[in-house]
Design a protein around this ligand. Structure first.
Ligand SMILES: C=C(O[C@@H]1C=C(C(=O)O)C=C[C@H]1O)C(=O)O
Ligand SMILES: NC(=O)CC[C@H](N)C(=O)O
Length: 759
């Protein structure tokens, strides 16, 4: 054998591929893995590199093995001539394509299995020698029938009883070095049938190789064909910066002002200025971050419709600049590189930096999908896809200690500390004010005549759920997060967006809440879901906290009841598990091997719902532990898997056909990227937003613009509010409709209450 073993992993556009690569590196000592897509190289090109590889792994994927677009070169791979033969291990779609190549039949399961764990029976030989009990996770709609295949042998099976009977779970070819499993050895919940089985494959592969072939030493020129070895991390360290800014911090110990009081002291009520608040309105959130913006604050806008231009607004002037040679990600990385800072309070999450949002479509753009064009809906407002402001003066409130921190990145800014302390102290008379009691409310009722709510059409939504389920039955997706927009129109309203936020904060306090007023876009959020946080270097830890599984709170729905309904439900756990595995893959793609599931399916309590939450963390090796790692993690893992389903790319493409309007701000992320290298991004859900074209220049100070203050002037407002939920094969369409409505209501209730107080 020439040097360390090299494995070629063929990916069929799945969302678990990097998990398989990581498993492979655990099971096969010192192995190097190269990942190629199933349609990346021609068969001839693949054959030309085989002499340098020790084995191939054919990964899972959406679709069916008899559709060429789904399997690319796979169907030819199993038929390569004997002089090119190489040991191959197939997983799921990999098994199915092997079976099809040797006359087995591939059929739909009667009851599909997505994210479900089955006991796997085996005869303890070959792949299963010494493996013992196997409980494995399955993600499949199709299965194989070996009756007419005389070359394949069954090695393992599951017994689905009345549902599907006995289902083949592992096979081997009788004469060629081909083995495959139907379940997912790389899933975090597979026990027994993962690493040990791959190790046994490797042993069999080695003994076959020693009798049949020689592996050639690696030639670096081949990297141009099969790419760099996995993990393909970003370059070791970004360009060094010579100067760093120093953060200055002042602490105010006994201010006795709430987060909303502080915002009001800063003039949030005057709707004519930009304003940013990232608010921990409930635990496990702790810090609230308030940006102190002025004319100098730089707002950065990017529209996917104008992909080559970036707009920077400062002092009321808009400068359009060509993006080239950058894309939006590298442009922002460049922007932040020159603004790196040190010396801030180690306990604070944010010292200053970019605050804003990224749309769902910005994430989708990274997937390289091609979509049929949508009919342009002119009533759909064109928010920027990236809308951020560079915040260099901040107030951070620690809700645990009550301490308030003032921070600036500007030099010689002592005068600002003095002024802002004065402003805050003069407002602290509100200390001691009792919060208004929150009355429990019944379900959202018809709004008053000057507030109209246009919910998604029930019949259409339910028919889309049914269509989504067809895709799940056919093997094209394992889970689809279907969503739909609602519209809330307010006529002659005196309700400001800030009033609305304050009510929402009371009505539905959330750990990842926000109030962002950035140019024409205003976002009012009660998001319960962290998408991604990354700590400042050294020792960057990336953490994702996907939520999947929702139960409405109500009389009698205690924690025990919710736990039974969530943790006790195979459907809910499967829904969550699929996203956990998807996120492990996303994170493995950024940090390499060190990815762990810190919490699996815990029930967390929110104001209106119980949710099933998992926590996944990843750490990079020392060479990649730097300022831009977190940003790269964000770029590589958008859009949030919990908002797409799995596999991500195919699911996004399917959702594009099921959902008629772009999601826009909804389903993207909002949060910050700190000058220290840290960042924290929430999933944009339980969030409403509106577009005021007259606010386009947004960073003007209050006295510069008149006549367009939505407070008090009796204007018309149109708000959008997206909501949805994960559809799985086990979904009951009526229950999914209800779940979507529960999520709409969690925000709508605040509208009703706030509106009734401002008519
Ligand atoms: C789609 C939404 O929520 C997502 C779907 C969830 C689910 O299916 O249980 C839970 C949280 C979010 O990831 C939404 O709130 O609109
Ligand atoms: N996980 C997979 O590879 C799934 C294979 C195939 N699309 C099925 O659903 O059966």
């Amino acid at each position: 054998m020439a040097g360390c073993p090299r494995v070629l992993l063929i990916d069929s556009y799945d969302s678990f591929t990097h998990n398989l690569a990581a498993l492979c590196q655990r099971a096969i000592p010192d192995c190097t893995v190269h990942i190629i897509r199933n349609d990346q190289l021609s068969l001839e090109q693949v054959i030309s590199v085989l002499p340098y590889f020790s084995a191939i792994i054919v990964g899972p994927g959406p679709g069916t093995p008899d559709r060429d677009e789904d399997v690319g070169i796979l169907k030819h791979l199993w038929k390569i001539s004997d002089d090119h033969l190489i040991p191959i291990f197939g997983v799921c779609l990999g098994l199915q394509s092997l079976a099809l190549a040797f006359n087995a039949e591939v059929r739909r399961l009667d009851v599909v299995k997505h994210g479900q764990i089955s006991r796997i029976y085996h005869d303890d030989s070959e792949l299963y020698e010494g493996v013992g009990d196997v409980h494995a996770v399955r993600y499949h709609s199709l299965h194989v029938d070996l009756t007419h295949s005389h070359h394949l042998e069954r090695l393992a099976w599951a017994d689905d009883g009345e549902e599907n009977g006995v289902v083949v779970m592992a096979i081997k070819h009788q004469t060629k070095p081909f083995w495959a499993v139907q379940y997912h050895p790389e899933s975090v919940r597979t026990s027994g049938g993962g690493e040990d089985v791959l190790r046994n494959f490797w042993r069999s592969a080695q003994s076959w190789t020693s009798a049949h072939r020689q592996v050639l030493p690696w030639d670096v020129k081949l990297d141009t064909l099969v790419g760099n070895p996995w993990p393909n991390l970003l370059s070791s360290s970004p360009p060094q910066v010579s100067t760093t800014v120093t953060v200055k911090t002042h602490v105010i110990k006994e201010l006795c002002l709430s987060v909303t009081d502080i915002c009001e002291a800063l003039g949030v009520d005057s709707d004519s200025t930009d304003f940013v608040l990232l608010d921990s309105a409930a635990q496990p959130g702790r810090f609230s971050i308030i940006g102190c913006l002025d004319d100098l604050s730089m707002r950065i806008n990017y529209h996917l419709e104008e992909p080559d231009t970036i707009k920077v607004t400062q002092c009321g002037r808009v400068t359009s600049m060509p993006l080239a040679p950058h894309d939006i990600w590298t442009w922002l990385a460049d922007f932040m590189r020159t603004r790196r800072a040190s010396g801030g309070d180690e306990h604070l999450p944010f010292w200053g930096g970019l605050i804003g949002y990224l749309s769902y479509e910005v994430g989708v753009a990274n997937l390289n999908s091609t979509f049929p064009p949508r009919a342009h809906d002119s009533s759909f407002p064109q928010h920027p896809d990236v809308n951020m402001v560079y915040v260099d003066r901040t107030i951070v409130v620690d809700s645990f200690t009550g301490q308030v921190y003032l921070q600036t990145l500007r030099v010689d800014d002592d005068a600002w500390f003095t002024t802002i302390k004065g402003v805050l102290k003069s407002h602290s008379h509100s200390y001691g004010r009792q919060p208004e009691p929150i009355k429990p409310r019944s379900r959202a009722k018809a709004a008053s005549s000057d507030m109209t709510v246009q919910l998604p059409d029930r019949a259409t939504y339910i028919s889309r759920i049914r269509q989504a389920k067809e895709y799940l039955y056919s093997g094209d997706s394992y889970e689809l997060c279907l969503t739909a927009p609602s519209r809330i129109s307010l006529k002659s309203t005196k309700l400001t967006s800030w009033d609305l936020y304050k009510t929402l904060r009371k009505r539905n306090p959330a750990p990842h809440a926000a109030y962002l007023r950035l140019g024409a876009s205003t976002l009012v959020s009660s998001s319960p879901e962290r998408f991604l946080s990354y700590s400042r270097p050294p020792g960057v830890v990336c953490q994702l906290r996907p939520i999947k599984g929702t139960v409405r709170k109500g009389p009698g729905v205690t924690r025990a009841v919710a736990e039974q309904a969530l943790v006790g439900s195979p459907k809910e756990v499967a829904e969550n598990l699929m996203i956990v595995d998807l996120i492990r893959h996303d994170l493995h793609g950024v940090v390499g091997n060190d990815v762990t599931v810190k919490q699996f399916c815990s029930v967390e309590e929110y104001h209106t719902v119980w949710q099933l939450v998992s926590v996944i963390e990843g750490r990079a090796d020392a060479a990649h532990d730097h300022h831009e790692l977190g940003w790269e993690a964000l770029r590589r893992s958008l859009p949030p898997g919990s908002m797409t389903g799995a596999p991500k790319k195919r699911s996004v493409e399917i959702l594009h056909t099921l959902e008629v309007e772009p999601r826009g701000i909804y389903s993207g992320v909002f949060g910050y990227w700190c000058v220290s290298g840290a960042g924290d991004w929430s999933v944009t859900i339980r969030t409403c937003f509106k577009h005021d074209p007259h606010r386009e220049q947004g960073c003007a100070t209050g006295n510069q613009r008149q006549g367009h203050n939505d407070a008090g002037s009796g204007v018309n407002d149109e708000w959008m509010l997206g909501a949805g939920g994960a559809i799985t094969a086990l979904s009951d369409p009526e229950a999914e409709w209800e779940e979507m409505i529960v999520k709409v209501e969690s925000v709508l209730q605040a509208f009703e209450e706030a509106h009734s107080q401002h008519v």
